[in-house]
Design a binder for this molecule. Structure first.
Ligand code: SAM
Length: 266
């Protein structure tokens, strides 16, 4: 199979996301998405919650802590195993199921709340994801997502990797206001534009090294391309121009995202 096709298949994507150390990445840089979605979706005890592309349980763990009955899905078994261990350590019960966001193995209307923190945006068929999120949410239920915006720094970030990776649909489409409204159809959609700072010791070089060690798509790309030194140069140039941190201090890069809550009609 050509490399592009392999990387775009669910199995290929899972291998990519298994590289690095996603739990270290998530707990260091994006662990705030979980509590934000629990609050934005008003997740309460007894509610049936599905976290899609859950990774190691950023939202799922927090929803279970809030008393919800939680199912976490992802295509990457390594993330699910880490999440399962994390839940056990916290004394939480969560169902961890390997599943593709484009084809969820659940009945129509099975959940009160369906969430995805910077997760389902990475599945290539955006319409299929939207259809599935909407299908498994009950009438009157809520979908909550955090989606990087095309106007924010994520656009420059993904632009660094684009020349080295197979082409595909942009995850940033989910951060476009008209596009996300169109994808979620007749739901009542609320959009809040927010930002957060990714802070990594060691300045821009520390930022590049941290991503290379922990973030699956970056780790996998560095390990497989012919000219990793060129990617390193481009990534470092990005980190230097985006860095808002003090000279000689931590790297501080500010990313923008849409906090999406969509209430389905009854
Ligand atoms: C940036 S991580 C986000 C994980 C988690 N939601 C969080 O906030 O830490 C993206 C996740 O999406 C998963 N993923 C990618 N494509 C997927 C798909 N088609 N279906 C389900 N999960 C997918 C990856 O395995 C990875 O765990």
């Amino acid at each position: 199979m050509p490399r592009a096709a392999a990387a775009r298949s669910v199995a290929g994507m899972s291998t990519i996301w298994a590289a690095g150390d996603y739990h270290r990445f998530a707990t260091t840089l994006v662990w705030h998405f979980g509590p934000e979605l629990v609050e934005a979706c008003s997740i309460a005890p007894g509610q049936r919650v599905l976290d899609v592309a859950a990774g190691t349980g950023n939202v799922a763990l927090r929803a279970a802590e809030a008393g919800a009955i939680v199912t976490a899905t992802d295509i990457t078994p390594e993330q699910l195993s880490t999440g399962r261990r994390e839940a056990e350590a916290r004394g939480l019960e969560i169902d961890w199921i390997e599943a593709d966001a484009q084809d969820l193995p659940f009945d129509d209307g099975a959940f009160d709340v369906v969430t995805s923190a910077a997760g389902a945006i990475f599945a290539p068929d955006h319409e299929a994801v939207a259809r599935e999120l909407t299908r498994v949410t009950r009438p009157g239920g809520t979908i909550g997502m955090t989606n990087f915006t095309p106007e924010g720094l994520a656009s420059d970030f993904f632009g660094v990797f684009a020349p080295y990776a197979p082409p595909g649909p942009s995850p940033l489409d989910w951060g476009s206001e008209p596009r996300v409204r169109a994808l979620l159809g007749d739901a009542h959609v609320e959009l809040r534009r927010r930002d957060y700072v990714e802070r990594v010791p060691g300045g821009p070089q520390g930022f590049v090294d941290f991503y290379r060690e922990t973030f699956g798509p970056a780790a996998a790309l560095f390990a497989t391309i012919d000219a990793p030194q060129e990617l390193e140069r481009d990534f470092l140039a990005f980190a230097e121009r985006a860095n808002e941190g003090p000279p000689g201090g931590d790297a501080e890069l500010r990313f923008e995202y849409l906090l999406v809550t969509a209430r389905l009609p009854n």
